[in-house]
Design a protein around this ligand. Structure first.
Ligand code: C2E
Ligand code: CA
Ligand code: CA
Ligand code: CA
Length: 281
């Protein structure tokens, strides 16, 4: 029994070792990924439910690793946050997204006024020069401020409420829009919501996926939508996958929806095809 235990210990140890090596390797790779141009921004359409038209996109980062293939942002964003690389990467995403919305707006002026939503991680949001960076990007890309929408999670808002509130107010004064992302999954404290100048509340996918089967979830979603409307926010439902979910959301007067039912996140080329098609019909 004892030797068996030893064996297990060794295996465990080797595993740990392999894990930290893999992490270290990933970190090294992440540092090189920008210059090696391994990143690409994908765009997922956001649909205005009443008109069924595309009204915007969310920029979602993709990393094509040279040997491991596509790595999920859920895996590398936390690492980018820990290492501080998120600042450079986030800046790059913002630049791409602003460039792209400018192009689409010019090419498809008949569409609904497009908004481009960009995710900001906590670390990025707390950088002292965030506003300068955004301003510089807007000037460099000649993108309209009003087309840019920044997505923040609840955890960002809960930190340091006073400073955050000032930064958010400045962002709004400059003409940009703000969303609260993954609503309902974080601290679930509603008391902070009215303190911030938010435009849009995004209901997390976990509430939408069970919407049709559960009266409790229906009640929660209905309550969130009413709350948002009373606070002068509009609502985007995330992860809409079925026509049934869409129908319920329309009935609940949810303004926008995003999900595989409409389209997955796509590269620029495929998004162009979709927009050309939407433009024709
Ligand atoms: P998120 O901001 O909540 O983005 C929505 C995620 O849900 C995306 O995953 C999207 O592909 C996925 N999704 C959209 N519709 C559906 C659906 O109908 N069904 C299902 N099952 N999934 C759907 P993705 O692209 O893997 O991104 C994961 C997370 O990584 C994002 O969650 C966001 O938190 C983070 N992320 C992605 N790009 C960036 C970025 O540029 N900067 C930062 N800071 N975070 C990013
Ligand atoms: Ca998001
Ligand atoms: Ca989200
Ligand atoms: Ca999410």
């Amino acid at each position: 029994a004892k030797s068996q235990g030893m064996g297990r210990y060794e295996i465990f140890n080797t595993n740990m070792h392999t894990k930290s090596l893999a992490r270290l390797q990933l970190e090294t790779d992440l540092r090189r990924s920008l210059e090696r141009q391994e990143f690409e921004v994908y765009y997922q359409p956001i649909i205005h439910l009443e008109s069924q038209q595309i009204c915007g996109f969310e920029a979602l980062l993709r990393w094509q690793h040279p040997t491991r293939g596509m790595i999920s942002p859920l895996e590398f964003i936390p690492l980018a946050e820990e290492t501080g690389l998120i600042t450079t990467i986030g800046c790059w995403v913002l630049y791409q997204a602003c460039t792209q919305v400018k192009i689409w707006q010019a090419e498809f002026p008949q569409l609904y006024p497009l908004t481009m939503s960009v995710n900001l991680s906590a670390k990025q949001f707390l950088q002292p020069n965030l506003l300068d960076q955004i301003e510089q990007t807007i000037i460099a890309t000649n993108c309209e401020r009003t087309h840019l929408k920044l997505e923040l999670t609840e955890s960002v808002l809960m930190n340091n409420a006073v400073t955050i509130s000032q930064t958010l107010t400045q962002i709004r004064q400059l003409g940009m829009q703000l969303s609260i992302d993954d609503f309902g999954t974080g601290y679930s404290s509603l008391s902070y919501l009215h303190r911030f100048p938010l435009n849009t509340l995004k209901i997390d996918r976990s509430f939408i996926s069970t919407l049709a089967g559960s009266n409790e979830h229906l009640a929660i979603v209905q309550t969130i939508i009413t709350l948002a409307h009373n606070l002068n926010m509009d609502v985007t439902a995330e992860g809409v996958e079925t026509p049934e979910q869409m129908a319920i959301l329309r009935e609940l007067k949810c303004e926008q929806a995003q999900g595989y039912l409409f389209a997955k996140p796509m590269n620029v080329k495929d998004t162009n095809l979709l927009l050309e098609h939407a433009h024709q019909t």
